[in-house]
Structure formats: structure tokens, C-alpha cells
Design a protein around this ligand. Structure first.
Ligand code: SAH
Ligand code: SF4
Ligand code: F3S
Length: 446
């Protein structure tokens, strides 16, 4: 029989790091779709493997090299297999990756994903391919195709990228470059397309999402709040979230939107990193613990039931027991529904890397104390949901027959047994139980 159509090549993408990488991986898969690739769930049958990497902490970067080493066998079995490294490690280390791991054929930084098909072709021809430029063209515009394929009900949408804040510990301003906002009409277009494909909840992404200042339809810069209000008008879109915010960019109109914009969900991730003013200053955060607490009081005035989430670093250079205690005090005061805490990790090239480091055991001990406080707090807030009725957007079937799992407005995972709902439905659910990492409930009759 004549062989009419060539078999599509298979692409395996593994994503590390933040949600922005998740969004980027989807865009890369779409770009490679145009070059004859379909996605596969396993590296074993792939023609190309792409690791979309994270450079935020030392462990994250090291993981990439140990993962790459594991592909040696696959490459021996299939010499045509191409291996690529994308994301923030690609940006930070560039060519060094190919020197350290010769299995790698292709290295592409976060601003060059639209060039992936050309880079792949170069790699196929047997050359090493590298692109870590910060080009002036808009990668989003070039990546913009209007795919029609059905989507899961909750989606990410990058609206802003890069960071000009230069916190003393952080690599993001170096790996993602200067802050850039996408024009609002393009974001609205993309949101409309997502909704047509079944999306009901959109999380707007940016390293500093609340510093958003993209051009509106008339050319004037829009704030994040203005963008949210425009999204609020899209029929079929039911929920809007955004992450990650910086305390210094929580503008009045955004705080107000939390009280008045119906589709904006009562959840806010607002990292503070430390509760000690001395450490905050040394981190170059440009806010104090008190100004952060004042801000949260104001946000809670606008939206009393808002669930707060945050990020913390323990063992930043020079952090004393007293400084650490101030962090615990701040956590006690705020009461976080979710919080993520990390041991400070020295990142070469950042200002804090040069300073007096805290002992590793001390860091571990502090992390453990902070995490036990956070876990207790998180659990208390979750347990307090029992007896309440919340909206749940159903995202997937659960492990048990007839069970469905979704997210509440507050982002808690909620399991419902015998739920007569479809994926993408939003229903009123009465919470009946609270377990370690999720809630259970039953559908309330309308
Ligand atoms: N743009 C976001 C997130 C940055 S990275 C923001 O500004 O908040 C996510 C989290 O990783 C940070 O909030 C911080 O808590 C943590 N982080 C960043 N650099 C780190 C480092 N060198 N060591 C440990 N944790 C770090
Ligand atoms: Fe990193 Fe600070 Fe920028 Fe967040 S605000 S990305 S922590 S430099
Ligand atoms: Fe990591 Fe880059 Fe995101 S360093 S946290 S993947 S911006």
C-alpha cells in the first residue's frame, strides 16, 4: 500500500518550575505541531525530548543534569533522538549545558521559543543549535496560532514576563529579562479563544503580574485591574485569578476589584519572603513587614473572606534567630491558607551569594519550624470550610467510581462522590469533610 502521509514525529516535554513554564511548554508543543510533531507522554518513544527547566534554586538546576544523564540509553538505542533544554537553566547556562552534557543537541532560552522549529531543523542536520537571545519581536505574537482543540476547564495565560525588581536572592531578572507586558487586545483575543475551547477559569501569569501595564485598545497603558474588568465581560469565562504579585504593586484599583469584580476569585498569592525588616532590606524587597501587614488588612477590608497565600525564604544570609522569629510572628498574624517556604539557596551572580551564609543545619531546622506552623494554619483554615457551601469548578474524575474532583473559589481541592456533573461544570457544594490535602462535599440542589 502506498505510504501517503509521513508518520508524525513524537515530542516529549517535561516541565519544571513555575506556572509560566507550564504555559510556555503548551506554546512550544503548539509551535512544534507546525513542524510535524505530536506530543507523547513517555520519553521512550520520542523523536525529541525537551526539558523546560527552572533555575530558581540549586536543586532545581541540578535535577536537569541528572535527568539528562538518564536519556543516554534512549539515545544509544535511537541515534535520531534529539534532546533539547529550554527554560531558565537554558538561559542561565547556555552553551555550558552542551559542554557539560554532550547528549544535548539544542538549547533554547524562554524568549526564543518561536524559533524552536528552526532550531530543531538545525539539530536534525547534525549541528548543535543554541538561541538564548532576548529578541525584540514578540514571541507571543509569533507563537499565536488560533488552535481549536478542546481544553481543560482551567488554563494559564501569560500577560507579563520578566522582572525589574532584583531581589538580592533571585535569578529571575537574569533568566527572564526585563519586565514586558503584552498588549491587552491580544490577551483578550487569546482568552476568547480559550473560552471557545471549553475554558472557564483563567489564571493570568507574570513574574510580577500586578505590575502589568500593557497597551490597551486605544494605546494607553492598562493596569492589571483594567485588564481583569475587560476579561470579566467575556461570556462563558467564569473565574479569573492572577499570580504572582509583588506587595509594592498592589494598586488601589486592584484591591478594589477584589471587592467588586464578580469573576475575580477570593484568593491572593502575595509573597513577603521574611518578617524581619533588616532581612527585607538586605533582600532589596523595598517594603517592610508592617507595610505588608497594613496592605493585607486593606485587602481584607475589600474582600473579608479572601484566602491569602505566600512564599518564604529561611536562612537568608545574616538571618538571626530573632529575624526568623519575626517571620514566625508575621505568619501567625496573617494566617495563610497556603504558604510555600524554601531554604535560601545560593545563586551564582546574585548579590546575596557573596554574603555570610547561614549554617545548613540551622536553615533546615528553621524550615521545619516554619513549615509546621504553616501546615497547622493551613489545616485550620481548611477545616473551617466544613459546613460551608462553596462553588466548585469540576476538573477531572476522582479515583473512585462516580467521584469528581474540582477546585473551590478558594482553590481548595474538593472531592464529590456520586457527582452528577460534567467536567467544566460549576456547582454549589456543601463541604462535609476535611482531609490532609483536600475537602469532600456533596452537591447542593439548586
Ligand atoms: N516572581 C515571584 C516568584 C519568584 S520565584 C515573586 O516575585 O514572588 C518563587 C519563589 O521562590 C520566591 O517567592 C521565593 O520565595 C523563592 N526563591 C527565589 N529565589 C530563591 C533562592 N535563591 N533561594 C530560595 N528560594 C528562592
Ligand atoms: Fe525574583 Fe523578586 Fe522579581 Fe520576584 S520580585 S521575580 S522574587 S526578583
Ligand atoms: Fe523557575 Fe524560571 Fe519560573 S527560574 S520559577 S522556571 S521563571
Amino acid at each position: 500500500m502506498a505510504n501517503s502521509k509521513p508518520e508524525p514525529k513524537k515530542l516529549f516535554i517535561k516541565t519544571y518550575g513555575c506556572q509560566m513554564n507550564v504555559y510556555d511548554s503548551e506554546r512550544m508543543a503548539e509551535a512544534m505541531g507546525g513542524a510535524g510533531y505530536v506530543e507523547t507522554k513517555s520519553p521512550d518513544d520520542a523523536d525529541m525530548i525537551l526539558l523546560n527547566t527552572c533555575h530558581i534554586r540549586e536543586k532545581a538546576a541540578e535535577k536537569v543534569y541528572s535527568e539528562l544523564g538518564r536519556f543516554r540509553k534512549l539515545k544509544n538505542e535511537n541515534p535520531d533522538l534529539k534532546i533539547g533544554v529550554a527554560g531558565c537553566v537554558a538561559q542561565a547556562e547556555g552553551e555550558e549545558i552542551m559542554r557539560r552534557q554532550p547528549l544535548v543537541d539544542l538549547v533554547v532560552g524562554p524568549q526564543s521559543y518561536h524559533k524552536l522549529p528552526q532550531l530543531e531543523a538545525k539539530a536534525r542536520s547534525g549541528e548543535k543549535a543554541l538561541d538564548t537571545d532576548f529578541p525584540i519581536e514578540d514571541k507571543f505574537e509569533i507563537l499565536k496560532k488560533r488552535p481549536k482543540a478542546k481544553r481543560a476547564p482551567a488554563a494559564f495565560l501569560t500577560v507579563q514576563e520578566g522582572c525589574d525588581k532584583f531581589c538580592a536572592f533571585c535569578v529571575v531578572p537574569y533568566t527572564r529579562g526585563a519586565e514586558v507586558s503584552r498588549p491587552a487586545p491580544r490577551i483578550l483575543d487569546e482568552a476568547q479563544n480559550l473560552v471557545e475551547r471549553g475554558v472557564r477559569e483563567i489564571t493570568l501569569l507574570g513574574q510580577n503580574v500586578n505590575a502589568y501595564h500593557g497597551a490597551g485598545p486605544g494605546g494607553n497603558a492598562w493596569s492589571l485591574a483594567e485588564l481583569i474588568w475587560a476579561l470579566n465581560d467575556i461570556d462563558g469565562l467564569e473565574r479569573i485569578r492572577f499570580t504572582t504579585s509583588h506587595p509594592n504593586d498592589m494598586s488601589e484599583d486592584l484591591i478594589e476589584a477584589h471587592g467588586t469584580c464578580e469573576k475575580l476569585m477570593p484568593y491572593l498569592h502575595l509573597p513577603v519572603q521574611s518578617g524581619s525588616d533588616h532581612i527585607l532590606k538586605r533582600m532589596n524587597r523595598k517594603h517592610t513587614a508592617e507595610s505588608y501587614l497594613r496592605l493585607i488588612r486593606k485587602i481584607r477590608e475589600a474582600r473579608p473572606d479572601i484566602l491569602m497565600s505566600g512564599d518564604f525564604i529561611v536562612g537568608f544570609p545574616e538571618e538571626t534567630e530573632e529575624d526568623f522569629q519575626a517571620t514566625l510572628d508575621l505568619v501567625e498574624e496573617v494566617k495563610y491558607g497556603y504558604a510555600y517556604s524554601f531554604k535560601y539557596s545560593t545563586r551564582p551572580g546574585t548579590p546575596a551569594a557573596e554574603r555570610a551564609q547561614v549554617d545548613e543545619d540551622e536553615k533546615s531546622e528553621r524550615l521545619q519550624r516554619l513549615q509546621s506552623l504553616i501546615t497547622r494554619q493551613q489545616r485550620e483554615i481548611q477545616d473551617a470550610m466544613v459546613g460551608k457551601t462553596v462553588n466548585v469548578l469540576f476538573e477531572k474524575p476522582g479515583r473512585l467510581t462516580g467521584q469528581m474532583v474540582g477546585k473551590s473559589d478558594y482553590l481548595h481541592a474538593v472531592h464529590v462522590a456520586d457527582a452528577k456533573v460534567e467536567i467544566g461544570d460549576i456547582a454549589r457544594v456543601e463541604i462535609t469533610d476535611s482531609a490532609a490535602n483536600s475537602l469532600a462535599g456533596r452537591i447542593k440542589a439548586a
